[in-house]
Design a protein around this ligand. Structure first.
Ligand SMILES: Cc1cc2nc3c(=O)[nH]c(=O)nc-3n(C[C@H](O)[C@H](O)[C@H](O)COP(=O)(O)O)c2cc1C
Length: 614
């Protein structure tokens, strides 16, 4: 196994560059897409070298999880609301939960398991899709569970195999204590369950090259939220710990020579006296199983590896910085929280969720109330250490810190004027910034992907990179992308629950988004000019979903340039927004812009996907 990740970290002992935050901005800028860059720097996929989407540990004992047998009837929005309050769906802090193989099976089946299959056109090949979405369906995230006191299964550290819905035993004994100590969480040493998530950057870099670090972090955010919602519905609310010493945790998990980077842990504080005082055996240090080779040949992507390296925290982790971003406005009067109605059960919703290939622009509009419900619940609080509301036996009642603000391109929403709107989290309402048909603009900005124009609405998630990096150093880069993914996951399942569909969009023309939204001063290259050029080349094809399907089929037949990752008022340039969002003049330098786009999304009526198996 080639180990570029391991080599990139090899000389980091004792020193770190987390505080050198110019690295964060340099990486972000260097991995921006532009109309020009995707045409001058095409990438051809090497299908023979495609990484295996499944990690296996050869020789490790395999434990099949029982077939799924029911999931609580918790509502989708009710679970999002409960997560925000740090309670279970029933409203209590803890629920009497029988922790056993069936509980674990339900959890993983409704968060990280395979949930559908697609056929490759004109061949007999098929490929799997999972409950958690992933850019390019490449799935860089691996799941580990440390179990203590579960009925019917030995204490130990296990790797989850979504392809078999099974666990591979990596080491027996009290691993929750070992992981809690590595994370420096004395209150969690008697936890029954800690879920560890790692990322295999190469899986994603194979297709997306250096930009893949962003996607790995988005995927992590989706996986985190997928697991948090399922555990919350299953009566065990927990939170996320992501601010840890990478070197210590990597060693503690036995990943020191691996191609996997530990990125986040879901920690569930011990709740019942049944585990405390119980005799446990120390964790077995010799780990079972040999990890499989994912590819013939791993290609190093230095910008990506350098970015990850710059987010590493050295062994001496200082206390978590106090988060006081400008966007927490505790003095302001907030409207009462909406009831989670209408609602449908979470279990079948997450298993049914699929990314839309494209949307039908002839659909009747979404109701404004549905859009507001969706955004309200997708941006509710959730417990994590970096948000400042998780880190002890109890979840803090304080609202966590947000780094991401959604801007909407509204196309088809009843009682809502088409144009650009900002979602205001404090007042939980849409603030209109610009009126006009922005279908073509949204599609163009989303790397010329028609689905963002055919949707009912599309979203640019704008993150405050300056605040995140000021508080957390380069590590903040992970957190803003986790947050964007966590919002995205709730948009996906919330849209599904309301009878609509969604698609995450990791590919966009970064600085054109900034120009269009008024963060960046108009330069030589105007959005209008690029959009006109794209239209001229017939690349923005709205209202023709079938053409997009044909383009996707093409991907499977032959190596293709990855541009395929995939109208507006007068195309005379960006709109004049009513007022500048920052209250200051737009910046001139795209490299150091404080607010940068980190994720796009689209929600609408999905066109049928003929590749999906019934
Ligand atoms: C971070 C992220 C970025 C994505 N970017 C795009 C995109 O730019 N265009 C697109 O059509 N789909 C995009 N998708 C959707 C994935 O292609 C989709 O999740 C994957 O094929 C698996 O399908 P599923 O979501 O139905 O499980 C993205 C998904 C994620 C999570």
């Amino acid at each position: 196994m080639t180990r570029f990740l391991f080599r990139a970290l090899a000389d980091l002992e004792g020193s770190g560059v987390n505080e050198e935050t110019e690295r964060l901005f340099a990486y972000h800028h260097a991995t921006k897409h532009s109309y020009h860059s995707v045409r001058t720097n095409p990438h051809f996929l090497d299908w023979r070298n495609q990484p295996d989407p499944f990690r296996t540990y050869e020789g490790a004992s395999l434990i099949k999880l029982p077939a799924e047998s029911g999931f609580p009837m918790a509502g989708t929005f009710a679970t999002m609301a409960a997560l925000a309050k740090g309670t279970t769906d029933g409203g209590s802090k803890f629920q009497e939960v029988q922790l056993d193989m069936v509980w674990l099976s339900r959890l993983l089946w409704h968060s990280m398991a395979i949930s559908a299959w697609k056929k490759v056109p004109r061949t007999s090949d098929r490929y799997s899709l999972r409950v958690n979405p992933s850019s390019g369906n490449l799935h860089p995230t691996e799941t580990y569970v440390a179990l203590l006191g579960f009925a019917g299964i030995d204490d130990g550290l296990y790797h989850y195999r979504p392809d078999l819905h099974a666990l591979e035993l990596r080491g027996s004994g009290n691993w929750t204590e070992q992981i809690a100590r590595a994370l420096v969480l004395p209150w969690a040493t008697e936890s029954s369950l800690i879920v560890g998530l790692t990322s295999i950057f190469w899986r994603e870099a194979w297709k997306y090259r250096d930009r893949a670090y962003r996607y790995c972090c988005h995927d992590l955010g989706h996986a985190i939220m997928s697991l948090l919602l399922a555990t919350c519905a299953l009566g065990m609310p927990g939170g996320v710990v992501a601010h840890f010493s990478d070197l210590r945790v990597t060693k503690a998990l036995g990943l020191a020579e691996s191609d996997e980077a530990p990125m986040a842990f879901l920690v569930f504080p011990p709740e019942s006296p049944s585990t405390s005082g119980r005799l446990t055996s120390p964790p077995q240090q010799e780990l079972g199983g040999v990890p499989n080779e994912l590819s013939l040949d791993e290609v190093p992507y230095d910008l990506l590896l350098g970015m990850h390296r710059s987010t590493i925290l050295s062994d001496a982790v200082e206390p978590l910085p106090r988060v006081l971003p400008a966007n927490i406005d505790s003095a302001q009067e907030h409207p009462p929280l909406r009831d989670p109605a209408p609602d449908v059960p979470l279990g079948p919703t997450v298993r049914r969720r699929r990314s839309a290939l494209d949307f039908d622009p002839r659909t009747p509009p979404m109701e404004r109330q549905q859009v507001e419900q969706l955004l309200d619940f997708a941006t509710r609080d959730w417990p994590t250490d970096w948000r400042g509301n998780f880190g002890g036996e109890t979840t803090s009642a304080e609202r966590g810190a947000d780094f991401v603000t959604p801007y909407l391109y509204v196309h088809r929403v009843r009682d809502c004027e088409p144009g650009v709107h900002r979602w205001d989290k404090s007042s939980r309402r849409l603030v209109q910034l610009h009126c006009g048909n922005v279908e073509r603009v949204a599609a163009y900005l989303s790397l010329e992907q028609a689905l963002a124009g055919n949707a009912c609405f599309a979203v640019s998630m704008i993150a405050d990179l300056t605040v995140a990096s000021r508080v957390f150093g380069n590590r903040g880069y992970r957190y803003v992308h986790f947050e964007a993914g966590a919002i995205g996951q709730r948009l996906y399942v919330g849209a599904e629950a309301l009878g609509w569909s969604a698609t995450g969009i990791g590919a966009f023309y970064d600085d054109d988004v900034h120009r269009y939204l008024g963060f960046l001063e108009e330069g030589e290259a105007s959005v209008g000019a690029s959009l006109r050029a794209a239209e001229h080349a017939a690349l923005v094809m709205l209202g023709s979903p079938s053409s997009r399907l044909a383009a996707q089929d093409q991907d499977w037949r032959e190596p293709a340039a990855v541009i395929s990752e995939s109208g507006e008022e007068h195309l005379s340039g960006p709109p004049q927004f009513r007022k500048n969002e920052e209250g200051a003049s737009p910046r001139k330098d795209p490299r150091t812009l404080p607010q940068q786009v980190v994720y796009h999304f689209a929600v609408g009526r999905a066109i049928p996907d003929p590749r999906l198996e019934a």
